[in-house]
Design a protein around this ligand. Structure first.
Ligand code: NAG
Ligand code: NAG
Ligand code: NAG
Length: 245
């Protein structure tokens, strides 16, 4: 009986299944999806592909979600696979809970068989508390969420909530099977400079947030005052004329 078991183990090892090795399988894939209301409604993400870690020394399974919602449009990025970053974690970060743009991430690093097994963004949404502040403001800002270069003058403008300002950035995303840049315009809490807290990594994703100049931003805010100046100038001219006449 004992000998039989040893032979069985030997056979399995010969076949490449060594029950004593520390092989670890992780789900593997990446996701990029534009849509609406991703900060309110979860979306499903089922991954069938797996990747095996030969020796899991210093390696773990990872899953990372990054959510950005500018109001009229939202974006979810996801990646699953292997990480070499040490330390098990399971964490939701809400960088901006609104009002205006919402940004948040979910990062899970774990070391058991197929443990990076979230099937939807509910792992993020369930731990995310959004702002309920909703005072209307007076500043109008362009709103856009698209690939870099696609947000331009044609962007829609929205009346931002009170205590928010116009924000525009290009966000470069690399790693975890993703390599892409986005343009993000919208309203952001006036006391924030960055949408993602000036971070350079989120889980397995490297990010680079490059703020865009305010020139294009303030142009629309300035329009009424320019118009006003122009109207006053015209009025002055008319008055002058009527005095002259
Ligand atoms: C998103 O939410 C808004 C307001 O709740 C709703 O009008 C709109 O239809 C929703 N969009 C989708 C695609 O569900
Ligand atoms: C601008 O707003 C209109 C109406 O709300 C919408 O149909 C359109 O898709 C928006 N454009 C962009 C670029 O989001
Ligand atoms: C903006 O952020 C600050 C600091 O986190 C917070 O105290 C404030 O309430 C936020 N403003 C709004 C309008 O949510």
């Amino acid at each position: 009986m004992g000998a039989c078991r040893i032979q069985y183990v030997l056979l399995l090892s010969l076949l490449g299944f060594c029950p004593c090795s520390d092989t670890l399988n992780c789900q593997d894939g990446s996701l990029m999806k534009f849509g609406q209301n991703f900060s309110k409604t979860s979306i499903e993400w089922i991954v069938d592909r797996t990747i095996a870690l030969e020796s899991n020394k210093g390696k773990m399974c990872q899953e990372t979600f990054l959510l950005i919602d500018v109001g009229e449009k939202s974006l979810i990025l996801g990646t699953k696979g292997i990480t070499t970053v040490p330390g098990k974690i399971k964490k939701t970060d809400v960088f901006s809970p609104g009002p205006g743009i919402v940004s948040a991430s979910y990062v899970h690093f774990c070391d058991t068989e197929l443990c990076n097994n979230a099937r939807s963004t509910s792992v993020l949404l369930n731990n995310m508390k959004l702002s309920e502040y909703n005072e209307p403001g007076t500043t109008k800002c362009p709103v856009c969420l698209d690939f870099k270069g696609s947000c331009g003058r044609k962007s829609n403008h929205t009346l931002c909530p009170k205590d928010t300002k116009c924000y525009a950035t290009s966000l470069g995303v690399n790693g975890g099977g993703l390599s892409v840049s986005f343009g993000i315009f919208g309203c952001l809490n006036s006391s924030y400079t960055y949408l993602l807290n000036n971070r350079n990594t989120i889980g397995a994703i490297r990010i680079k947030e490059t703020l865009e100049s305010h020139v294009t931003l303030s142009s629309h805010v300035l329009v009424p005052s320019i118009l006003l100046t122009w109207m006053f100038g015209l009025l002055a001219l008319c008055l002058q004329r009527s005095v002259l006449c």
